[in-house]
Design a protein around this ligand. Structure first.
Ligand code: SF4
Ligand code: SF4
Length: 255
């Protein structure tokens, strides 16, 4: 049975953010706002120690597509809006979702509200589109990006004659390419691409080949080979969710 998963090689990852940007364009995700990240592919930058004995580590983070996923367990609707596909992806059906956020509460890698700034603070793999709010408020915002120096999101939208991000329109039985309000959203391992024998876009975009995607159960596949070759770890193993995103070749830069 197929179990899709991802291996992230921390010695190849240079923290350039190409994956995060690619994900944003592919999945039309909004910018971080009101305690929600909307970053299906995100980063954690960890700094330890005190200068000059300082180490720095960059960890790309995303939904772990856990085998024992508490988000699925918690979802109260029937049939579930958050569910596992036959090939092991934690999928979300946006039509069935009632926006109760029980999944966000149950997922150890998510939180209702991120309070710290950006990649140096907190992340949440599930984000919520607030009821009654446009899902892409940036492009309606008239505030200048840099006061007195640049235009606003609304200006960009008016000049380009459109309300991006919207360019990627994918056809998926469960997921709209732009989600509506009052539902949650999260990484779907680019299921719409995988169904067409393409890689998740973050994998495709990574310039150093740090992300490897495939069937973990295929003994001859690249993911299985890497897991055999290198020591690996998952995030928060103590939660017992059996993540399917693995990290190999742990690396901390010494400053
Ligand atoms: S990381 Fe969170 S949202 Fe993703 S499958 Fe695991 S519990 Fe669910
Ligand atoms: S927010 Fe949607 S997916 Fe999450 S638990 Fe509620 S109904 Fe299920």
């Amino acid at each position: 049975m197929t179990q899709y998963g991802m291996i992230i090689d921390l010695r190849k990852c240079v923290g350039c953010g190409a994956c995060a940007l690619a994900c944003k364009t592919e999945n039309n995700t909004a910018i971080r706002k009101d305690g929600q990240t909307y970053n299906w592919a995100d980063f954690l930058h960890e700094t330890e120690g005190k200068f000059p004995d300082t180490t720095f580590r960059t960890l790309p983070v995303l939904c772990n597509h856990c085998s024992d996923a508490p988000c699925v367990e918690a979802c109260p609707v029937e049939p579930k809006a958050m569910y596992k596909t036959e090939d092991g992806i934690t999928m979300h059906n946006d039509e069935r979702c009632i926006g109760c956020r029980a999944c966000q509460d149950a997922c150890p890698y998510s939180m209702y509200e991120v309070t710290k700034d950006g990649a140096y603070g907190e992340y949440s793999v599930i984000s919520y589109n607030e009821e009654g709010q446009p899902t892409h408020p940036f492009y309606r915002d008239k505030t200048e990006l840099l006061q007195g120096r640049t235009g606003s999101g609304a200006e960009i939208s008016s000049i380009t004659g459109s309300v991006p991000p919207h360019q990627t329109r994918y056809n998926h039985p469960d997921y709209e390419s732009v989600r509506r309000d009052n539902i949650v959203e999260k990484c779907i391992f680019c299921d719409h691409r995988v169904k067409n024998n393409e890689l998740p876009y973050c994998v495709d975009a990574c310039p150093s080949g740090a992300r490897v995607f495939g069937d973990l159960n295929d003994k001859n596949g690249e993911p299985a080979k890497l897991l055999k070759q290198y020591q690996h770890f998952v995030l928060q193993p103590e939660e017992g969710t059996k993540p399917n995103v693995f990290y190999i070749r742990d690396y901390s830069a010494k400053v």
